[in-house]
Design a protein. Structure first.
Length: 121
């Protein structure tokens, strides 16, 4: 019981009141603390032990929740890259089509007939 610091305990409890406001490394730091101190709470009140177990569960849930959100950002970025590539492809296709149309739209010269040839009908 001598290696349990009540002030440090209170500080960690206070800092983990708002889990959404913490960085992931801070969540992990607090989780390590609560897991480490949990066996030392054997001689403390049931409320203190329950609070420790609750914090461990909340911290793990928040860390897992943030891991689950991560792939959604990857999907959004992939979607944006795909849309940009599609837009670029459409832009390049429309440019090459207009260039070909301009090349085809030039009038062809009428063939010059020599004096001995007669036009065919």
């Amino acid at each position: 019981m001598s290696d349990f610091d009540g002030d440090e305990w209170q500080q960690h409890l206070a800092e983990t009141e708002n889990l959404e406001g913490l960085w992931k490394w801070q969540l992990k730091k607090h989780l390590r603390y609560f897991v480490k101190v949990q066996p030392r709470l054997r001689y403390h009140s049931q409320d203190t032990r329950d609070a420790c177990i609750q914090r461990i569960e909340l911290l793990r849930a928040e860390i897992n929740h943030r891991r689950a959100r991560k792939p959604s950002w990857v999907a959004i970025v992939s979607l944006l890259i795909g849309v940009a590539g599609l837009a670029l492809g459409i832009h390049n296709y429309s440019r090459s089509s207009s260039t070909q149309a301009e090349a085809r739209s030039t009038p062809t010269e009428t063939p010059q007939l020599s004096p001995t040839e007669t036009p065919s009908q």
